[in-house]
Design a protein around this ligand. Sequence first.
Ligand code: AHM
Ligand code: MG
Length: 317
Amino acid sequence: MTKQRTTTLAHYLSETSPTELNTVISAITSASIKIRALIHTAGLTDIYGSSQTTNIHDEEAQKLDLIANTIIKETLLDTTVVSAIASEEEDTLCTPSVPPQKTRNYVVLIDPLDGSSNIDVNISVGTIFAIYDDIKENPLSSCLQPGRNQIAAGYILYGPATMLILTVKNGVIGFTYDPNHDTFIVSHPSIKIPDTHQYYSINEGNTYRLRPESLNFLTYAKSQHISSRYVGSLVADFHRNLFKGGIYLYPGLIEKPNGKLRLLYEGNPLALICEQAGGNATNGTDNILDITPKTLHQTTPLFIGNTALVQHINSRD
Ligand code: AHM
Ligand code: MG
């Protein structure tokens, strides 16, 4: 008979994190359980498809993007320990009507539903989050700290199983949602990115828009017979490479030198997870975690995964 794993997220957090941080992470995961339920029945309801609005990135927002954003935002604002939320789907910061009174507060940066192009076709999508201390100057400056200042980061992957991958800066731990007990259970106690170069993940449709250093990397990957895998949901591609070994690339393009992905909502949290798992992330010249953001929605080229492969990108610059 197989042994059932039993350490819950609540138990893990009670042993590793201050109460206020525990509150924030628990709020995000309880919101994710609601989002998971909506995704699972989306084909039966009227929540697939475009919302007919565009976000600040001029991308068409899907209905589920906006629903997920509202669920997480409202859950976090209810915690009384979050002083601001920055979201890929919001032009400006969201702040609670009553500022939190506790001595230790946080700002939370979220991509509520990553992988928009896959939402309607039942392919894995995810929620990505980064948590920083509120440094008290003003909420915006708390959100514009370098990624290295994150105190916790994670993502929830809505795949065949729903998983939470979390770091509170003492390694990376994986949880699997148990629908029978309505809770996340530790399933992967210590995640390390394998030192094998199994996969590279890039939108190869952009090949003729790539700059020379990225093209050189593609040639190298092919010369090494590294397999190509691309879902088109960053969380899903990153997750596979985290477990199997590999690199995800969304480079700058000739006409879009800063690429597509958002530094604050996508690059930084995944870079922290990757580094805590023994990997690395760069924009081509600088470690993603060392970049001081200038604006909430800035984009960055992103090369993330196995350290040796990421260094190969750097060495080509
Ligand atoms: P999103 O957060 O709006 O879904 O946008 C980011 C997504 C990533 O999940 C994915 O890796 C990338 O955009 C795919 O872009 P492309 O279709 O250009 O390959
Ligand atoms: Mg995204």
